[in-house]
Design a protein around this ligand. Structure first.
Ligand code: PLP
Length: 393
């Protein structure tokens, strides 16, 4: 009989010549299990999605409850669907007052698209500023603001009027002018290999955007929901974006994204012309109840409280001559090595020993450490021992 691996390679579109090919049977909490019952500790969280671990019982209950009511009913923005109403209300309650209007979409890249359109609509300007090494998604608009020519070159022409600055470099902020509709930036750069800017820089960025009437879009698709040790990463800097982008962990394992702004800014999508952004499935009821349950778990179980100590423990244990640097905040960490070959070998050896780690789109010489926030001290010690052993080899 033909294996699922062979069918996957034959029938499912492939995006690289060397996919991981782990065949997961089921997942629970911190672990993935293959067909033979071997467990793998997940240090990647499905790329910053499973912040509360896999298949949290409260999320599963919420999903089951919604299955008995309704699935898709109609396009976004027409019927009053309680799951999306209650989820928006909860999100607004944990955000600063300026961020009081939520547009739910289906993914991170769609949140980026919606935000870029909103910024152009609201300001009447076309200039967009993004960062070198930025990643905001893979659709055409998001690709236009991606800070890596390698992935963009075959898709030109892309959006015009996009300029790039260096993340964290104060001198570049002068490029933000009264012609600029928006600056789009990851609060903590993810696919660049985890880069953190200073609070001083982030505050100057905020001030420059305010002074020029430019909307500041902070992409926290990877960094939100406790990953950096705060519910939202911008809280580290005492600033508030004009538009916040969320996805990944937003759905507690289900697909959903959002761009969030204040009511006045978001109002630009409403008339002249109407339907400024359209989505069929945005804010899907099952994803919305899962997202709400996941946020409640993060808050009620105080999952963020332990994040700083867990970061410290990783930093304390991961000492090895091959590790050049550990970058990041909270449980959004990268281990800088010397080569991609090293990174690939270490990842493969860790998988053999039952630990899943990975690398970054724009930084292939660093290892990604982004476990669910529920990881225990004992699990951190075990994972670090596996990583150190792999580095020794
Ligand atoms: N923005 C950031 C910072 C991301 O890390 C990602 C995905 O990795 C995206 C946007 C795109 O999200 P999605 O894959 O859901 O389109």
């Amino acid at each position: 009989m033909i294996s699922h691996k062979e069918l996957f390679l034959r029938n499912n579109a492939q995006t690289s010549t060397n996919p991981n090919l782990l065949e997961v049977d089921h997942a629970e909490g911190m672990y993935l299990y293959d067909k033979n019952g071997k467990s793998y500790m997940d240090l990647v969280s499905g790329f910053a999605v499973s912040n509360i671990g896999h298949r949290n019982p409260k999320v599963l209950d919420a999903i089951r409850g919604q299955l008995d009511k309704y699935l898709h009913l109609t396009v976004y923005g027409e019927f009053v669907q309680s799951p999306m109403v209650l989820f928006a209300e909860k999100l607004i309650s944990v955000l600063p007052g300026q961020l009081d209007n939520v547009y739910f979409v289906n993914s991170g890249t769609e949140a980026t698209e919606g935000a870029l359109k909103l910024a152009k609509r609201y300001t009447g300007r076309s200039g967009i500023i993004s960062c070198h090494h930025a990643y905001h998604g893979s659709t055409h608009g998001a690709l236009s603001v991606m800070g890596n020519e390698y992935y963009k070159q075959k898709y030109r022409p892309l959006l015009p009027d996009v300029r790039f600055i260096t993340f964290g470099r104060e001198e570049d902020l002068g490029m933000i002018t009264t012609q600029t509709a928006c600056v789009i930036m990851e609060t903590v750069q993810g696919e660049a290999g985890i880069r953190v800017a200073s609070a001083d820089y982030m505050q100057k960025l905020r001030a420059k955007c305010t002074a020029t009437g430019t909307l500041l879009i902070l992409d926290e698709i990877q960094a939100a929901f406790g990953r950096t040790g705060k519910l939202f990463a911008f809280e580290h800097y005492d600033i508030v974006p004009d538009i916040l982008l969320l996805a990944k962990a937003l759905g507690g394992g289900m697909p959903i994204g959002a761009f969030i702004a204040n009511r006045e800014v978001m109002g630009a999508l409403k008339e002249n012309p109407i339907l400024g952004h359209i989505t069929t499935f945005g804010g899907h009821p099952v994803s919305s109840v899962a997202g709400l349950a996941s946020l409640e778990v993060i808050l009620e179980e105080k999952l963020i409280d332990g994040v700083a100590a867990k970061e410290e423990l990783f930093r304390e244990l991961l000492v090895h001559p091959a590790i050049r640097e550990i970058r990041g905040k909270g449980l959004m960490l990268s281990l800088q090595l010397d080569s991609f070959e090293q990174v690939e070998n270490v990842s493969k050896r860790c998988a053999v020993d039952g630990v899943i780690i990975d690398w970054f789109l724009h930084c292939e010489t660093a290892l990604r450490i982004a476990p669910p926030l529920i990881i225990t001290e004992e699990e951190i010690r075990k994972a670090c021992a596996v990583i150190l052993k792999a580095l020794d080899n």
